[in-house]
Design a protein around this ligand. Sequence first.
Ligand code: AMO
Length: 438
Amino acid sequence: MKRIQAIEAAELEEDAKCKLGGWLQEIKNLGGIAFLKIRDRTGVFQVVLSKEEMEDSFDEAVNISRESVLLVEGKKKDTDQTELGFELHPISIKVETEAEKPLPLGVVDKVDAEMGTRFDNRFLDLRKKEKRLIFEIRKHLLDGLRDFFTKEDFVEINTPKIVAAGAEGGATLFNVEYYDSEAYLAQSPQLYKQMLMAAGFERVFEIAPAYRAEDFDTIRHTSEFISLDFEISFIESSNDIIDMTSYMIRHALSHTVDNCEKQLEELGVEIEIPEYPFKKIPYRECISILKDKGFKWDEEPTIGTEEEKILGEHVRDEYETDFFFITEFPTKVKEGTFYAMRKEYDPSLTTYFDLEYKGQELVSGGQREHRYEMLVKQMEEVGLDTEVFQTYLDTFKYGMPTHGGIGLGLDRLLQQMLDLPNIREAILFPRDTQRLEP
Ligand code: AMO
């Protein structure tokens, strides 16, 4: 007989024979009768054991260790005493594999274990429904994003993750031994997206890992994250990118809400679908809002974690939304970003923006400088060795359209959407300064 899932068994007629399988979550032994609660992906089902009917095998069955994998063939009996509306009267019980005792991490314990213990034993941690639901929602979020890009006629790309030069500055590069030369793990696919604009692709997107050697521990940074990037050409201004980003967010969130009603209800989460157009606040205006709120800086004003949080609260109070763009980043602030197009009327400002979500940066992007001479000039200004970037620079010499794009941290989006306390909860096997395993 083929194993079916608990939820499928619930649909069967009374007395139908079926085979179910899962992890033994709990045993309730009342002496003459015992209940096994077994969990599969779809729910927890109950198997009723009778000492009178089973004799010796009863004692064996009630002593099986928790979290062992069992296959049970039996008869379905309807009851209103269980979550799924049925219980199974067993014909045979097979212990597929027995779990060792004690478990390094409880699966149904009321109190959550320390985060370190949970992530050391992530496969057990993920047996908990509320942890697994996050990844079911993530799947629909990704579907929503891909669906958007398909509708908008984008090409999905994969760019190299072993690269010769960084896109986001040297400080966060991971070194890789690459035969006889030095290489790095890619921080962002940006330079490749741009090269594909020179190749005439016009609209590309990528969803792939990006690597940053962040040497600090925060609830919103990891060393490896999933970066969603798009790039579009023949744009008139960075507003075209802001618009595309806004439509993308709206589409992906609506798709998730439409497809994850059950999961979101179980997690007790409501997701805002922001109205178009999203609120835009120029950087200098953000600084004056912060000044009005009593912020003071020793040197130049900056927007860091605390500032972002306060701005997020301000926008929520004033405009009833958790989303807003910070626009017109000063050239000084985006100094490392040598490729940013500056405002024609004021080169001290760039066309770069961030999208903030619940007081945290979610997206960075803007219009790129597409004119070869200007790009070289900007690179020299920040002291970059143009030779290192020569293959990238060459693509600007033979016809490059106006273009721009964004990078979005997918794990951060999920973290903020579901109000997760730490970005690591949105990642199956996170990587940080302390963790390389599992
Ligand atoms: P930026 O460096 O701002 O921009 O990154 C874009 C987005 O990626 C996410 N992110 C991270 N998420 C988790 N852990 C990290 N260590 C981490 N670092 C970044 C954030 C961030 O907003 N090349 C540009 C994009 C572009 O202009 O196309 C870039 O990478 O959500």
